[in-house]
Design a protein around this ligand. Structure first.
Ligand code: AKB
Length: 318
């Protein structure tokens, strides 16, 4: 039976992944790691153990791993792309110094480690259309630099010490549960809140700017299925391209308007977000993930939009 520590359990991915892992492996086998001020609440607090797990404190991580006999760590601590540009030193401290702590604890205690990478690990010189698995990664943002280092350091720990490190390059993640904070792809979540509240949406990304996206249920499956994949089949490890859909703002707007014909959107382009978005792929080639561990997405633009609107309406009207 797996014994899991989720670092960053109350964040955008962590809040749903912790629940998913508890459903799969049992509530008592998944420790929800959090930092003070971001304590688990409600069902997350009641469904299993929790512990303060600050990724910048290696001793604290060691204590939790030993106390709970942890064998798998999901390391979700990170700043997203826009906020990382505003706080580059902190982004590095959490993303890379923190990762170093996690990998050392994993090496000493024989844990497997999942640390997400991102489409942010690509840059302006990367081929933008059907971006290959193995290609140029010269990002211009600190977020991207830290994600490339995440991939390299995780591969290094696998090759040098045999630590079972795995990751995916997540696209923008869309969910109605915990909102993202400070990402370039956040608009694809915010647009749904405006639509359901009956407000005009001010779009910070320019017309025609395509980015890869994924609905959260697919993202959760990507994490768990990769960690359960047969290691003998993995040619790559850190990290796999995964995608579910790719669209510009006008396409998701049109899809929402099919269900909410009065919904209005106006562009007010944010220069930082736009420059980051333009440096990222227009669409990813995720064939390596498909071939090596059977990855496939269940939700496309239409099915994700239908589900998001239904679930968000229930949530906001509750
Ligand atoms: C961001 O926009 O920063 C993230 C990402 C794609 O990594 N959602």
């Amino acid at each position: 039976m797996k014994k899991i520590l989720v670092i960053g359990s109350t964040g955008q991915i962590g809040s749903e992944l912790t629940t998913e892992l508890r459903n799969r492996y049992g509530g008592s086998n998944v420790v929800a790691g959090y930092i003070p001020g971001a304590e688990p609440k409600g069902a997350l607090a009641e469904s299993g153990p929790a512990a303060i797990a600050d990724v910048t404190n290696g001793e604290q991580l060691t204590d939790i791993v030993k106390q709970h006999n942890i064998d798998t760590i999901y390391n979700l601590a990170a700043l997203l792309s826009v906020v990382a540009e505003q706080k580059p030193r902190l982004a590095w401290k959490i993303g890379i110094d923190g990762l170093w702590n996690v990998l050392e604890v994993a090496r000493e205690n024989k844990c497997a480690v999942f640390t997400p990478s991102s489409i942010g690990s690509f840059g302006p010189n990367t081929p933008h259309e059907l971006t290959p698995q193995d290609t140029i990664q010269r990002p211009k943002t600190i977020y991207g630099v830290s994600k490339v280092c995440t991939e390299l350091l995780s591969d290094y720990y696998f090759t040098k010490y045999g630590v079972d490190t795995r990751s995916v390059r997540f696209p923008g993640l869309i969910s109605y549960v915990t909102p993202p904070g400070g990402g370039t792809t956040d608009y694809a979540v915010d647009i749904f809140y405006s639509a359901v509240r009956g407000e005009k949406f001010i779009c910070p990304i320019a017309k025609g700017t395509r980015m890869d996206m994924m609905y959260m249920p697919d993202a959760l499956r990507a994490c768990t299925e990769l960690m359960e994949a047969n290691p003998d089949k993995l040619i790559h490890r850190n990290g796999f391209n995964v995608t579910a859909m790719s669209f510009p703002p006008e396409k998701i707007y049109a899809e929402i308007r099919r269900r909410k014909p009065d919904f209005k959107m106006e562009y007010q382009v944010d220069p930082l977000k736009q420059s980051i978005a333009e440096s990222w792929p227009d669409s990813l080639d995720d064939s390596a993930a498909r071939e090596e561990w059977g990855w496939h997405a269940n939700f496309g633009l239409a099915s994700m939009t239908r589900d998001m609107l239904e679930k968000l309406e229930e949530k906001l009207n509750a």
